[in-house]
Design a protein around this ligand. Sequence first.
Ligand code: AKG
Length: 333
Amino acid sequence: MATPRPLTPAQVAFFHEEGYLIVPDVFDPAALEPLRQEIHGEINRKARELHAAGKLERLHDDLGFDRQLSAIYRESKAAGDAIVRHLMGVRGGGYYSPEMFSLIVNPHLVAKIASLVASDEIVASAYRIRPKLPHFGAGVVPWHQDSGYLAEHCDEHLIITCWVPFVDATAENGCMQILPRTHRGRVYQHHAGGNADFLVIRDQDLPVDPSGAITAACPRGGAVFMSNRTPHCSTPNVSDHIRWSVDLRYKAADVPNNVDVVPARLDERGHADPEFYEKVNVACYPPDADIVVRSKAHPEKVIDYARYVQLREIYDRTEPAFPEVRAWPSLKM
Ligand SMILES: O=C(O)CCC(=O)C(=O)O
């Protein structure tokens, strides 16, 4: 494997000035293949189960990874939803194959994060897999800052969103739009109940006119990096294929986190002991387990796959203390 390279000082300066950075060549695109294939395998496993239960007539596997799920949705929305729910797990980050873990800890990616947060000890946090289907409104993500989803006490900390497409992400297939040079502002007013129940910053609450957004096109093998206060959204996919992507979050280890915080007791309803909630709620996103993915000074802290799975399973079974990490008024009020 080629030696992982940090970002150049010019790239780091661009990120801090603009609030985002697009790096077209983080990975050899072939390195994403095992994860793509594993997700494809998982879709087929679930599709076969639905087929056996009489809930799906055809597997549509002949269409391949970039089109199969659309055909399943066309045949049966309920079957499509069941597959997506299966991939997301109970709270969205429920997919934890060895291939997913390899992406989270990918040394090329983590070296870039280390440059952005100027730290050698890096913690990974919440991530989501997104199949953005063509001509399907639910994949359109309204304007928001990721801090809108995170605990308020983390507003002044830097948390990096790292967005990795599995296909060339373009304006046509609904890549992200980003408002540059607006990330030094506060966390703007969000509302609950935007498209597909995402949070939304209404146009009138944005710091600048959204027509000034940049189109964050990114080739397969690249990544888009943003801060937690960078306003961004994504547009409809009007192509003929699914815009698959994964978004991951990272921070320096001195940013509030729940590394190694596990319940001492957990009842059958998923309620943990009060001390657990006290400690876990220190994290910026308490429902998901934070994990150390790099530490040159303390390599013993770096997580291995077995422990990662153990933590993910425990957090999946544990009810968070609050239904929402951050409460926003509803659009409908
Ligand atoms: O993938 C998308 O369309 C939007 C992603 C996003 O908003 C995020 O990662 O915060």
